[in-house]
Ligand binder design. Structure first.
Ligand code: PLP
Length: 391
């Protein structure tokens, strides 16, 4: 039966990683892959993670199966950071561990479908895997515009969609540090979004993959908390892979808010069944490591300090780009107002190709750059090359 399969095009970003690795030019710049890099271009293991992993090796007494919900100590330790002072909202919010934020998004979409969601609305551009997951799970996807031409969030577009959708439809939003645009909703925009969810009954699914990389752990959660406070039911998909730098350990969690404890239990009996039939149980090591960090105030502080260093470096790169004003035909100033790892440059596929071939600068075909790929040593070269290619 294998002759029935047709070849699928390889993931464009993974193909880019291979091309970058094969490029022998010593001044090459990788702005493609979505991981944080230090000013020296490395993606090191966090010191807090090293400490917690050592403790895990020393103290872990068993690797016996846990269950589809994974490490509930990990799931609960994260909740005050995500949901604030009353993290369970009076017993109406709980969660389970998932293989990365990807597993959480997949579970959220599959559960929404099982609960009767007729379609899911998604702002575009978005993380490309959102569309792939929605398609693979088999829900109808409807897109709307995430951003305006001037590099701000398109509030009218999202409000129109939420107000028109209603209780049989879900809207998928990014919690903070939007991938790929870096364009987040302001506090006032989140107020309006929360009101729209409350009045329409439309179901919110919030994907929070970058908490702490924008303005701070608290600041990056405020929008999401406004929505959760306004609605009786919602899903949150969470990734620790960026804010703890544990990408390959696949550390994520899925949370739901329901109307009461009984409904919440039913949601999670379904979530457990779906997880059991797909990955059975999530990988333990990274989640146990995050739990040990969050259970220990000294290690928590080491982690928060490391996260702040990351955030400050991202801000510095953004400010340096914005201060340059323009590069050829590209206005770099909006990048200073945006958040997280990513920004989209208004460049054509031909210009992306010229940057790669003539200047050894690698970025996604969409014009998305990972600003953490820039350092104080290569940012000048990048701005000059961008000017040469777009001028
Ligand atoms: N959601 C968004 C918006 C992302 O950008 C990513 C990763 O790039 C994820 C989810 C998934 O993260 P993870 O690597 O934890 O699966």
């Amino acid at each position: 039966m294998l002759e029935n399969l047709s070849p699928q095009s390889p993931d464009a970003l993974l193909a880019l990683i291979k091309m970058y690795a094969a490029d022998e030019r010593t001044d090459k710049i990788d702005l493609g892959v979505g991981v944080y890099r230090t000013g020296q271009g490395d993606t090191p293991v966090f010191e807090a993670v090293k400490q917690a992993e050592q403790k895990l090796v020393d103290t872990q007494s068993s690797k016996a199966y846990l269950g589809p919900e994974g490490d509930m100590g990990f799931v609960e330790a994260l909740m005050p950071y995500i949901f604030g002072d009353d993290p369970t909202d009076g017993g109406r919010i709980t969660g389970m561990q998932t293989p990365g934020g990807t597993g959480a998004v997949r579970l959220a979409v599959a559960l929404a479908k099982a609960a009767g969601a007729e379609r899911v609305h998604m702002g575009v551009p978005s993380w490309p895997n959102h569309a792939q997951i929605l398609n693979d799970v088999g829900v109808e996807t409807v897109t709307f515009s995430h951003a305006t031409d001037v590099g701000t969030a398109d509030l009218d577009a999202v409000l129109d969609v939420i107000k028109a959708a209603g209780p049989k439809e879900a809207v998928l939003l990014h919690g903070s540090c939007h991938n790929p645009t870096g364009i987040d909703y302001s506090d006032e925009y989140w107020d309006a979004i929360a009101d729209a969810f409350a009045s329409s009954g439309t179901f919110p699914i919030i994907d929070a993959a970058y908490q702490g990389l924008g303005h701070g752990m608290e600041e990056d959660a405020l929008g999401m908390r406004k929505v959760l406070a306004a609605v009786p039911q919602a899903f949150v998909c969470y990734s620790c892979d960026k804010n703890f730098g544990v990408y390959r350990d696949r550390v994520g969690a899925f949370y739901a808010k329901a109307e009461d404890a009984e409904q919440l239990a039913t949601v999670f009996s379904n979530a457990n069944a779906l997880a059991r039939a797909s990955w059975s149980m999530p990988p333990d090591h990274g989640a146990a490591t995050v739990r040990l960090i969050l259970d220990d105030p000294a290690m928590t502080q080491v982690w928060l300090d490391e996260l702040e260093t990351m955030r400050e470096r991202l801000r510095l790169v953004r400010k340096t780009l914005a201060d340059a004003g323009t590069a050829g035909g590209v206005d770099l100033r909006p990048i200073g107002q945006q958040n997280g790892l990513f920004a989209i440059l208004p460049v054509t596929p031909e210009q992306v190709k010229a940057l790669r071939e003539d200047h050894a600068i690698y970025m996604a075909g969409s014009g998305r750059i990972n600003v953490a790929g820039l350092t104080m040593n290569n940012i000048g070269k990048f701005i000059d090359a961008l000017a040469a290619v777009t001028g």
